[in-house]
Design a protein around this ligand. Structure first.
Ligand SMILES: [Zn+2]
Length: 372
């Protein structure tokens, strides 16, 4: 976690991969038109909490009036970025504010003016979708009649599970998955600052398997540094630690079939498209997909399967998640595998791989949804 913490952005212009969010909030800051409640939605590691802290520091920094460039060094800035400033509370909604008494307490404290030199008080609620209904009710009242000089920033990985009444009281910002090249570029900068001896291939792999999360990218780099123990960080070494990026792509594709919630083929089609243009041959692609399915099949049907499955360290957590999703759906899994065998035949008979794969993917989603 050291690199992830050290290289956390401290100004809006240091935030990577979220241009729309940065521009909108930057304009609000310079025109002094910040909203009293924000809802930041997006996956872990996309920068929601960082941006929340940046807003708090930008508005409150005691060393400069330049709202786009908080100094990052005054007492207030430092406390905000360390998460210890009394006027900038960070609450894990799952554990604390989840209970209604705690939101009531928050309601009381929100009515007091900032104590420690801040112009506005901030309440940053992480995992906001996990609040209890009673706590949501309390928060809603607070959002309807917001106290003066208080801002709420609700962060959530599951926007669809937030109550619509709360959504509608907040200005919503969607944090996108960060494109791997942007993550790689940032890792390059970090490597330079840390004077690391490394090959671009190693950084690219760290970025590719980060699945759009800057924090994951930095953590991968750190893991690699620890593994290398002072040696050069080579692409080969990275592959030893993480497996190849393509392995993980196949896990992501199967993950899209088993995704919880309403069926949506968008990401799956994109992954298929990436595979097709990656230079991999049809055989390699089909083999990669079958291997993941085979691993799942063994995992859900054999009680002790440690020796039967060979997966790189990084793929293990993905496999575990897929096992959980497929366990109650053996029939669907077999159907997905049969479907893939048909793709192979169709391709051998001259059908193009892209159409065959897309059809298979779509049918697989329906098979999984039907379950059994
Ligand atoms: Zn400052």
């Amino acid at each position: 976690m050291i690199l992830a913490r050290k290289y956390r952005p401290k100004k809006l212009n240091e935030v990577i991969g979220q241009p729309t969010v940065v521009q909108t909030l930057g304009n609000a800051l310079t025109s002094k038109k910040l909203h009293h409640a924000y809802l930041f939605a997006g996956q872990l590691g996309a920068g929601k909490t960082s941006v929340a802290r940046i807003l708090a520091a930008s508005e409150n920094c005691s060393a400069t009036d330049d709202v786009l460039h908080p100094c990052g060094n005054c007492e207030l800035c430092r406390a905000v970025f360390a998460g210890t400033h009394t006027d900038v509370s960070e609450i894990d909604a799952a554990s604390n504010a989840g209970k209604v008494e705690q939101v009531r307490e928050l309601k009381n404290s929100a009515n007091y003016a900032p104590m420690d030199g801040a112009k506005s008080k901030y309440y940053i609620l992480d995992e906001a979708h996990r609040m209890s209904p009673a706590a949501e009710e309390s928060l809603l009242k607070l959002l309807e009649e917001p106290p003066k000089r208080v801002r709420f920033i609700l962060c959530t990985t599951e926007y669809q599970h937030m109550r619509s009444t709360i959504q509608s009281r907040c200005q919503v910002h969607e944090f996108k998955k960060i494109y791997w090249r942007e993550i790689a570029r940032h890792l390059e900068m970090v490597a330079k600052q840390e004077k690391l001896n490394c090959q671009p291939e190693a950084l690219n792999l760290c970025a590719k398997i980060a699945d759009g999360s800057m924090r994951d990218g930095l953590q991968h780099l750190e893991k690699l540094i620890n593994f290398a123990g002072g040696q050069e960080l080579t692409g080969k070494l990275a592959q030893e630690v993480f497996g190849t990026a393509s392995d993980l792509v196949f896990y992501s594709l199967i993950g899209e079939i088993a995704k919880e919630g309403a069926p949506d083929a968008t990401t799956g089609y994109k992954i298929i498209n990436d595979l097709l243009v990656s230079g991999m041959g049809a055989n390699q692609i089909l083999e990669g997909i079958s291997e993941v399915l085979r691993n799942i099949l063994i995992g859900v049907s054999a009680s002790a399967c440690g020796d039967l499955i060979l997966v790189a360290e990084e793929a293990k957590s993905r496999l575990k998640e897929l096992l959980r999703l497929f366990k109650p759906k053996m029939q669907a899994l077999l159907g997905v595998m049969e479907g893939l065998a048909k793709v192979r035949m169709a391709v051998e008979q001259g059908q193009t791989l892209d159409i065959a794969l897309q059809m298979w993917f779509l049918q697989s989603i329906f098979k999984f949804q039907k379950g059994g």
